[in-house]
Design a protein. Structure first.
Length: 508
């Protein structure tokens, strides 16, 4: 094995000595760059592999609790990383699940508040006040943990007030609750989610009503029950929300229909709805004189005796009572019914491009405008009996801003396309230059390792004679003489060498 390495080093040294100065510089540069690139690739691969082997243990921690967890990790000899200003802890992937189970046994983390685990330890000397206080703390912590399950909520804090019970019902106060939510960046809760959180808190506390739950965000904005106990203001707000929803739904239907016919940005529809929020109860009685039913019938018979020669007389009276068919209906009017619709539609005209490239505006024909009006009426449920109104106008839209933005976007897209082409061309040029560079270096090394071989002269072929210097001819002749007489006369060989050296020595 040692001889192999010695021979390899000898060959490499032989190749290096045959290279010119420029070839040595090129070869050393290539070897150095290759080594540096390989080392960088190994380091990057090791760093990325090591970083990817870490997983998040806990996130969104309080700094105090994060410090406690770090102390536990140090005591156990576990590797960890601190990120996000100390609020996120990452550990090796192989340890994450084991550590989570161990910390769960210790009741950590407690960022979501203390839950029912507060009762795991019994305290015989606990007073009723402390018992009720711990129950409220546990209830607040459990509700906060449940709310934090929502994807939009990062952290929740609950405050519950449970009044003392009293024997006087009129003096008994209702429980109240306050919820503070820290939402994730760029996230907003929907109205249904806010109502759901209020119901969750209310139904988790005995006697708590959803209207007594106040929900805020970390910026102090009220998310629910904005009007407090003002029922009139709350009812008005609900009516306005319902009206906006109805108007938005009708406008969307008409807008989508017109965009499908005319194209995008060619029409604008606005609907105004007058809703009836009065709830009325009406009782109606209807009689059908054509339909009658016998309800009761009474018959009376009377007899009278006359003279002996006469016969007895009988009289019969009957009374019949009839009942006429009657219908009684209690009608309760629906809340929020549509009383009147007012629809305004603005339709853009037609643009023609002339021969010189200038766009010319043209109004739409009257027949087409009537068809558009009919389409809008059918889309929103037009009813002439209600007094609905539909106004359709053909106007020229001001598209200067849109045209300017479109031109700017096209210019930016063209610039990005040119940049991408330039990047691709530079990358291709670098790859080609690198390939030519490697090819030149490889050819130089191959030439140095494989010197030119003398041309083989076959039988019957005459080699091309090259002009040989006189010194080389003289040297070859002396070598031939030495080979001929070296075996028979050593002294003659010595004389020939002396004469050769005398001829080769420079003259003084």
């Amino acid at each position: 094995m040692a001889d192999f390495f010695k021979q390899l080093l000898r060959q490499l040294n032989d190749i290096w000595t045959r290279l010119t100065t420029g070839q040595k510089i090129i070869t050393a540069s290539v070897v150095t760059l290759t080594f540096v690139g390989f080392v960088g690739l190994v380091v990057w691969a090791g760093w990325s592999g090591k970083s990817s082997s870490y997983m998040t243990l806990f996130s969104s921690l309080d700094l105090a609790e994060s410090g406690s967890i770090v102390e536990q990790l140090k005591a156990g000899g576990y590797e960890y990383k601190i990120e996000n200003d100390g609020r996120t802890l990452t550990v090796p992937k192989k340890d994450v699940y084991e550590l989570r189970m161990n910390f769960a046994k210790l009741g950590m983390p407690k960022s979501g508040g203390i839950g029912y685990e507060i009762f795991d330890k019994t305290n015989l000397g606990m007073t009723d006040f402390v018992q009720h206080l711990n129950y409220r703390r546990a209830l607040e912590g459990e509700i906060a943990r449940t709310i934090e399950i929502l994807e939009e909520v990062e952290k929740a804090r609950i405050h519950i007030v449970i009044p003392k019970e009293t024997i006087f019902i009129e003096k008994q106060k209702e429980p109240t609750a306050s919820v503070v939510l820290k939402l994730k960046p760029g996230v907003r809760l929907k109205e249904q989610q806010i109502v759901g959180i209020a119901n969750l808190v209310a139904y988790s506390v005995e006697g708590l009503k959803p209207k007594n739950v106040s929900i805020l965000d970390t910026e102090g904005n009220s998310l629910s029950n904005a009007y407090g106990s003002n029922e009139l203001a709350e009812r008005t707000s609900n009516q306005l929300q319902l009206q906006n929803k109805v108007e938005g739904a009708l406008s969307k239907k008409a807008q989508e229909m017109l965009e499908g016919v005319l194209g995008p940005n060619k029409a604008n529809v606005k609907v105004s709805v007058d809703l009836d929020f009065e709830q009325t109860t009406r009782t109606e009685e209807k009689f059908d004189p054509e339909s009658k039913v016998v309800r009761s019938e009474e018959r009376n018979e009377e007899s009278s005796a006359n003279t002996p020669t006469s016969t007895n007389e009988k009289r019969e009276n009957s009374i019949t009572n009839y009942e006429i068919n009657k219908t009684v209906a209690n009608i309760i009017g629906a809340v929020g019914t549509v009383k009147k619709l007012s629809i305004s539609v603005a339709v853009d005209g037609i643009y023609r491009t002339k021969a010189d490239g200038v766009r010319e505006y043209q109004t739409r024909p009257a027949e087409e405008m009537l068809k558009i009006e009919d389409l809008v009426k059918n889309a929103v449920g037009y009813d002439a009996n209600r007094g609905d109104q539909v106004v359709v106008y053909n106007l020229q839209f001001d598209n200067e801003f849109i045209d300017t933005e479109r031109a700017a976007m096209e210019k930016d897209a063209q610039r990005e396309m040119y940049m991408e082409i330039l990047k691709g061309a530079v990358i291709v040029a670098i790859i080609l230059l690198f390939i030519f560079f490697l090819r030149s270096v490889a050819r130089t090394i191959i030439d140095a390792m494989n010197p030119p071989v003398p041309e083989f002269v076959g039988v019957g072929e005459t080699a091309v004679e090259e002009e040989i210097p006189m010194e080389t001819k003289r040297t070859n002749e002396l070598i031939e003489k030495v080979e001929l007489i070296s075996k028979d006369d050593p002294q003659a060989v010595a004389n020939i060498i002396k004469g050769w050296l005398a001829e080769s020595a420079p003259s003084l």
